[in-house]
Design a protein around this ligand. Structure first.
Ligand code: COA
Length: 260
């Protein structure tokens, strides 16, 4: 995809990206590095982190990888402390670590529900909480990756819908509580993005056409669409945007995200 933004819009910034090894947040980490930021990526799987670090460095960017589970507050504190030790500060936090699988509500175990809420919602809070002191110093910002599943209702996704509704609440609450420190808190709600592992895994090919009919713009999104929205929201072009979750879905949710 053609580069839209100037190469240096994030020059001098340090970004801490959870789930930054793969998928949408991996793309965001790479795009931030391509636009001048030094990035720290964290997730549970060190092999994913190593591959993304290599990719970013091969393209001339700077990347620091630290393994950790966002559900575990001491892991998060460790990842944050090591990033600050390495780069000296944190300006931008991207909460992208997420868990997902398809499961009907009457088959989902309480632990299955809780696991996704723990990763997405509590994980987002843990990271925001652990980076607050740094963000206060840098008058930085937070970008939470959400979804559109909970705007109406999406069968087989009660756990993710509940978890992402919580993430949206965190975005709004923290924008109100932390705005006075100059910290902006926004979110992105991606629609169906075709080039993610999750989509390949969750979406059987025959359903793709059915979903495409429910996307007013007539195509699935691509990770690059989310990268561009993220670059805009963390750039100075969005310096008066706060507490917003930007939907990037080609208009899909307006027609309903369920297939019925
Ligand atoms: N259907 C129903 N329940 C499921 C499930 C599925 N496909 N996958 C996990 N669960 C349930 C488990 O049964 C367990 O509940 P139980 O103890 O009552 O049986 C609970 O969720 C925890 O599962 P576990 O595998 O121990 O958790 P984990 O912490 O290792 O991993 C996920 C949780 C969500 C990350 C895991 O399902 C996963 O690896 N998903 C694929 C990767 C992913 O989601 N990437 C993000 C894409 S957006």
């Amino acid at each position: 995809m053609t580069k839209i933004f100037a190469d240096n819009i994030l020059e001098g910034k340090v970004a801490f990206v959870t789930g930054g090894g793969t998928g949408i947040t991996g793309g965001i980490a790479r795009a931030f590095a391509e636009h001048g930021a030094k990035v720290a990526i964290t997730s549970r799987k060190i092999e994913n982190l190593k591959a993304m670090k290599q990719k970013i460095e091969d393209a001339g960017g700077e990347c620091f990888a630290v393994a950790g589970d966002v559900r575990d507050f001491s892991d998060v504190q460790n990842a944050v402390a090591r990033t600050v030790e390495h780069y000296g500060k944190i300006d931008i936090v991207v909460n992208g670590a997420a868990g997902n699988f398809l499961c009907a509500a009457d088959e989902l175990s309480p632990n299955g529900f809780g696991t996704v809420v723990d990763i997405d919602t509590k994980g987002t809070f843990n990271v925001c909480r652990a980076t607050f002191d740094e963000l206060k110093k840098s008058r930085g910002q937070i970008l939470n990756i959400s979804a559109t599943l909970h705007y109406l209702a999406t069968p087989m996704q009660i756990h993710v819908s509940a978890a992402k509704a919580g993430v949206d609440a965190i975005t709004r609450n923290l924008s109100v509580e932390w705005g006075r420190h100059g910290i902006r808190v926004n979110g992105i709600a991606p629609g169906p993005i075709e080039d993610t592992e999750g989509m390949k895994r969750l979406l059987p090919e025959p359903l793709k056409e059915k979903i495409t009919r429910k996307i007013p713009l007539g195509r699935f999104g691509r990770i690059a669409d989310i990268e561009n929205a993220a670059l805009f929201l963390v750039s100075d072009a969005a310096s008066y945007i706060d507490g917003v979750t930007l939907v990037v879905d080609g208009g899909n949710w307006l027609l309903g995200t369920s297939l019925s």
